[in-house]
Design a protein around this ligand. Sequence first.
Ligand code: SF4
Length: 370
Amino acid sequence: MTEVKIRVSNIGLAFKILAFGGGVDSSALLAMHLDRDKAAAYLEISREELDKILPPFHAVVFSDPGSEWPETYENIEYARQRCEDERVSFNVVRHHYNRYFHKETGDALRQKEWKLLPEEEQIHYEKRYEPYTIYEWLTDSAAFPLMPGGGHVCSMRFKGDVMQKWADEEFGTHDVSTKYWYLGIEAEEEGRSQRFTANHSGNLVPGHEYRYPLMDLKMTREDCLKMLEHLEWDYKGDGSPVMKSSCMWCPFSKEWEIDRLVADAMNGSNTKGITEALEIERRFYETDKHAAWHEAGMPLNKGGRCNAGHHRQPYATGYCEHEGCSEHNKHGQATLVQLRYPNDGSQPHAKGKVRKTIEQHITRFVQENK
Ligand code: SF4
C-alpha cells in the first residue's frame, strides 16, 4: 500500500501569545489588550492601528522560575484574575526536570547522584518529571547564572524554552502553526530584543516569531507606567505602580535592587530572596571547582573546555598560584551579582573593578544606612 504523507505546513495557522513577565512592560501590553479602545484613544491612534501593532492575543503565558519578587506574584495573580474576568486564556508554566524521589522520605536526587547509589538503594527511588526552580538548579549544581565573561542561559532555560514548549503542545509544532510572541521590550531597549536568546540568528526555533509592540509604539518604561495608571491597573488596590520583575537576586541586578533585597529582609517583609542569594553563594564557594580541576590533572574535553564539576578559571577564590592560571587572576572572584566596584585591595590580583558577594553587599548596605 502506498503511504500518503499529508503535509500540513501550509495550513497557515497563526497564534498570537503574550509572553507575560509580571513587570511593567508586559503588564502594560496586557492592560492595553484588555481595554483596547481606551488604550488606542490614549495613544491618539485608531483602534485599527493599535490592533495591527498589537493584535488580540490567543493566550497569555507566564513562565515562573520560582524566585520572583512577592509584588510580582501579586501582580501576576491580579493579571490572572483580570484575564479570567475577560475570558482571556492565562497560563502559568514551569521548567520541569527528571529527578529520582525516595519513595518513603521524598528526598530528591538528580540522575547522576542516583546513578552513584548501589543498586539495592536505587530501587527505593522513583523517577518523576516535576517542576524544578531556578534556585534548585543553582544550588544543586553549585553554579551561578552568569560567570565573569560568560553568557547566561537561565532566562531561556526557565522562561523562553518553557514557553515555547508549552506553545508547541498547546498550538502545534512548526509544521502545524506559527506562534507569534509579543514581548514587552521598551523603545529604549532595542539591544535587549537583539540579545533575546530565542531570537539569535544562530538559534532560531522554527515556528516561533517575535514581535516588539512597545518599540513599534515608541513606548518607554515611563509611558508604560502612565498607560497602566490610565487603564486603572491597580494590582494592590492602593494605586501602587507595578514593580520591575526579575529573579530577586538576578545577576543583572542594579544596586537599588540589591538594597531592596537587603532592606526587605531587615524589615522582615521578604526574607526568601536574601536567604536564597546567600545559599546560592554558599553552595558555589563550598567546593572550589578550579582546585578540583587541578587535582584531577587539568582534563579538558574535545572542545577545550572543562568537564562538569570543574572550572578552568579560579572563580571561587579569584586567585590561583599555578603558573598557567596567572592570566585568569585578573578577573577576580566570581559572585552571584555582577555589579562591580573599585577594588579596595581585598582582591590584590584582580585588575580594575571587582564584584561583591551578597555578604559584602549586606555590610555595604548597613554601613550606608547607619
Ligand atoms: S531574571 Fe535574571 S536570574 Fe532570573 S532568569 Fe532572568 S536573567 Fe536569569
